[in-house]
Design a protein around this ligand. Structure first.
Ligand code: ADP
Length: 522
């Protein structure tokens, strides 16, 4: 058996490739940024050809850097930015338009119309999603409606649609395989997460011809092999999942009730629901966690729009410190925030509020308030927002939470992790390998080719770096969360339209008055 696994981690701002060995250790890593295209306010595009060239470039580079030949790779796995929508010509393999990125809000009006016409519950019941421009369905419809000739060509079967996983798979296999995995399909608004199939009613509501769609496969199986022209050797492509799903897998949150939180620009929380796609009463998303063989696991997902970004704001906007890492020592220089709460609702609030009219606010200021208190309040805000999403998950699932597994750039802040444990009342555990997205893709691929024997072997490989145990009383936890909720109440419904009405976004999260996109760090 060849010795390594190659993970492609295709993100929103960069393409990365990481080689792992059998112990799940990182052997080498390469990364390349690519262009962000902003044709109009609220619009975000990528050049799909550049996604491909950067991704294949870093894959070759990371193998060369480690002195590893393609023949030494047992399998390749893909984790990708989700929802980003690509339409290409099946014959030439050329995209017919730039990719419309998940952050793009151009379809807000379409989503409002679908909601006004009463279709939101149908989408929610079948897909587990809210009707929002974030997801692929309305982006694909926009492309069909706006690229000249696209709809007729789509109906004739000349075009192919795919999210980034499908696009990379198509390119890697030299155009031989047009497929996606269930986790990516589950983010399109076109896929029924109960029947695990493209849904004719939803396709009809959005006007999407079936001929465009990729075949839906599990998250761990051999989809095809790389074209020998690409790496000089046919490597099996054997794992695919959306980035947050891959990260949950890489965290070995494999059992029902296990949860992970990624602390990046925003926070992404997923709670494993096992085989049950529960509906949410607190406006969480229900999504497919992954499919392995015939077994499908589901998850609740909630996101916090501004998390690490509030630290960036203190660094770049208020110039409190020069590096994000310095936030820890500054916040630790005071015993508490002295009653200051900072609600970083810079672009509205995500789950469980979905309030696009909320704006940032700071309360509890006194003459003694200084940068250290405000920085501490910012770290507490990251933890409070995550605690509220997890509270909603606990309520909706009825599952107790034993611990929270963490990753992402801001999880190296030990004070933040301690505050998180305090506010959750459960231990927070940081793994030795925090490259969980790439690791998850590698694990899914490794499982499919027998590189690892079973899923248990992956769970056994996961190792904690550090565990943070709650160190405050239940009363104090409650009083701090109460203070947070009072502060949130003051941030809400601030940026109301001039007419003084709040519109529909407060309850549906569909209106784009604020550009809530662009900050969630998918
Ligand atoms: P993304 O993938 O969303 O770009 P990363 O996972 O790379 O994000 O994390 C970067 C974010 O984490 C930035 O917003 C940064 O401000 C924050 N961050 C990085 N290090 C720290 C730290 N030590 N303390 C608090 N926040 C941090």
């Amino acid at each position: 058996m060849p010795r390594y696994l190659l993970a492609l981690d295709q993100g929103t701002t960069s393409s990365r490739a990481i080689l792992f060995d059998r112990g799940g250790n990182i052997v080498s890593c390469s990364q390349r940024e690519f262009g962000q295209i902003f044709p109009r306010p609220g619009w975000v595009e990528h050049d799909a050809s550049e996604i491909w060239s950067s991704q294949v470039g870093v894959a070759s580079e990371t193998m060369a850097r480690a002195g590893v030949r393609p023949g030494d790779i047992a399998a390749l796995g893909i984790a990708n930015q989700r929802e980003t929508t690509i339409l290409w010509d099946r014959r030439t393999g050329q995209p017919i338009h730039h990719a419309v990125v998940w952050q793009d809000r151009r379809t807000a009006a379409t989503c409002e119309e679908l909601t006004r016409d009463g279709h939101a519950p149908t989408f929610q019941d079948k897909t587990g999603l809210v009707v929002d421009p974030y997801f692929s369905g309305t982006k694909l419809r926009w492309l069909l409606d706006h690229v000249p000739g696209a709809r007729a060509r789509a109906e004739r079967g000349e075009l192919a649609f795919g999210t980034v996983d499908s696009w990379l798979l198509w390119k890697l296999t030299g155009g031989r395989v047009h497929a996606t995995d269930v986790t990516n399909a589950a983010r399109t608004l076109l896929f029924n997460i109960h029947t695990l199939a493209w849904d004719d009613e939803l396709l009809g509501l959005l006007g999407i011809p079936r001929a465009l769609l990729p075949e839906v496969r599990s998250s761990s199986e051999i989809y095809g092999h790389t074209d020998p022209d690409t790496f000089g050797h046919a490597i099996p492509i054997a794992g695919m999942a959306g980035d947050q799903h891959a990260a949950t897998f890489g965290q070995a949150a494999l059992e029902r009730g296990m949860a992970k939180n990624t602390y990046g620009t925003g926070c992404f929380l997923l709670l494993n629901l096992g085989g049950e796609p529960l509906p949410s009463r607190h406006r969480l998303l229900t999504t497919v966690a992954w499919q392995i063989g015939d077994r499908v696991d589901y998850a609740f997902e909630g996101s916090v729009f501004v998390a690490g970004a509030v630290i960036q704001w203190l660094r770049d906007g208020l110039r409190f410190f020069r590096t994000a890492d310095e936030s820890e020592a500054l916040a630790a220089s005071v015993a508490d925030s002295a009653g200051v709460y900072l609600v970083p609702a810079f672009v509205g609030l995500g789950a469980p509020y979905w309030d696009s009219h909320a704006r940032g606010t700071m309360v509890g200021l006194t003459r003694g308030t200084g940068p250290a208190h405000i920085t501490r309040a910012a770290l507490e805000a990251v933890a409070c927002q995550s605690a509220e999403v997890l509270a909603a998950m606990r309520l909706d699932s009825g599952l107790p939470l034993a611990e929270l597994r963490v990753d992402g750039g801001a999880c190296r802040n030990n004070l933040l992790m301690q505050i998180q444990a305090d506010l959750l009342g459960v231990p927070v555990v940081r793994p030795r390998i925090t490259e969980t997205t790439a690791l998850g893709a590698a694990c899914l691929a490794g499982l499919a080719v027998g590189y690892w024997e079973d899923i248990g072997e992956i769970a056994r490989q996961w190792q904690a770096d550090r565990r943070f145990d709650p160190a405050i009383s239940a009363d104090e936890r409650e009083s701090r969360m109460d203070g947070w909720k009072r502060a949130v109440a003051r941030s809400r419904n601030w940026a109301v339209p001039v007419s003084g009405t709040t519109g529909t976004s407060e309850t549906t999260g569909t209106t784009d008055t604020t550009g809530t996109s662009g900050t969630t760090g998918d």
